[in-house]
Design a protein around this ligand. Structure first.
Ligand code: ZN
Length: 343
């Protein structure tokens, strides 16, 4: 294997970093030799490689990825200490969520055609969706590392905290979300372009691209719901992150637009069908997995989310426009760097 996780953890331990509560950060490395090793080792290798490539492109301080010894869902980017941390609980709980889904129920009715995605490559459909969900967490953190510090803010924790709000932080969360959605779209494009021969004949199609995009949209929605915890009330100027209904709204368009701009096949993507199926996937994954009580212990989180989304359309769109306008006026954001508008 390319990167040595245990060596990284040893080095990080020698730094003795402490969290906000003054507790020494505990890194998680007990997965080696256990059945769950693949859940950690594979993403570690590929994410550390993404970080190192981004480091060459954007020129930030060498940054390490580590899993944190904590069973709760959370992830953080700590720019001043050049560290991306993902709680072990995030990996394990997300994996349990997706492995708990009844595949047949998921694929019935309007999603029947998605079954073809189960047959291609080494991963089944649910494994692909899990991977997108996990990738979104990682690329969001990488986006924070690529961003310049606005007013010296250099630590981002992703579990939504409603005790703190700042407009700058909302903007930086928006930017990290945009960056991550673009990376998921790129990943889908690269996969489609890598197809050859018979596989290309069967899968290099607009319909397949739309299914993959719906899978990406669903994975991102689930990610938001997981990190948000409860979200009964709609808000704009509150909490550490924009409300998930706002994040869902801007992300849908970003992922489709990013895919279209990179797509060499000129597919005429039907965005509405992508969004509709993304919603259905989200609802089914959450509701089918929910009886097992893995993540959503508070009832039907998706219906509540959807009601809020429908009831606040006007405010949601207004706030999305506020964030967009702020992003255009601000230098040093990850997406701006990605687009090469500044050095
Ligand atoms: Zn963030």
């Amino acid at each position: 294997m390319g990167y040595d996780y245990l060596k990284q953890v040893e080095y990080l331990n020698s730094l003795g970093l402490v969290d906000k509560n003054g507790q020494k950060i505990q890194y998680y490395d007990a997965f080696y030799g256990m059945k769950i090793e693949f859940l950690f080792e594979e993403p570690f290798q590929s994410y550390q490689e993404y970080i190192n490539r981004a480091e060459k492109k954007y020129g930030f301080t060498p940054t390490l990825l580590a899993f944190i010894h904590n069973g709760n869902i959370n992830a953080f980017a700590w720019k001043s200490n050049s560290l991306i941390g993902i709680n072990a609980g995030t990996i394990i709980q997300m994996s349990e969520l997706f492995s708990g889904v009844d595949y047949k129920t998921l694929m019935k009715g309007e999603l029947e055609s998605f079954h073809i995605l189960d047959k291609v490559g080494q991963e089944g459909f649910l494994e692909k969706m899990y991977k997108y969900c996990q990738m979104f967490t990682f690329f969001h953190e990488l986006g924070h590392i690529i961003q310049d510090d606005l007013r010296g803010i250099s630590h981002f924790s992703e579990m939504v905290n409603c005790g703190s709000y700042s407009q700058e932080v909302h903007l930086m969360e928006y930017d990290a979300d945009q960056y991550a959605a673009i990376q998921i779209a790129n990943h889908i494009n690269q996969w489609m372009e890598s197809l050859e021969g018979k596989l290309k004949q069967a899968y290099y199609k607009k319909e397949v691209a739309e299914m993959l995009l719906s899978t990406g949209v669903g994975a991102i929605f689930i990610n938001y719901l997981i990190f948000q915890g409860r979200h009964d009330a709609f808000y704009t100027n509150s909490c550490s992150h924009p409300h998930p209904s706002i994040r869902a709204t801007y992300i849908m368009n970003t992922i489709v637009d990013a895919f279209k701009s990179g797509n060499k096949g000129g597919f005429d993507i039907d965005a509405n069908s992508v969004f509709r199926n993304g919603f259905i996937l989200t609802e089914r994954v959450i509701n089918d997995a929910h009886p097992r009580g893995v993540v959503f212990k508070n009832g039907d989180e998706f219906s509540r989310f959807f009601e809020i989304w429908e009831a606040n359309q006007k405010e949601i769109l207004e706030y999305v426009n506020v964030l967009k306008a702020m992003a255009l006026e601000t230098d040093g954001l990850a997406v701006e760097k990605y687009n090469g508008r500044i050095k």
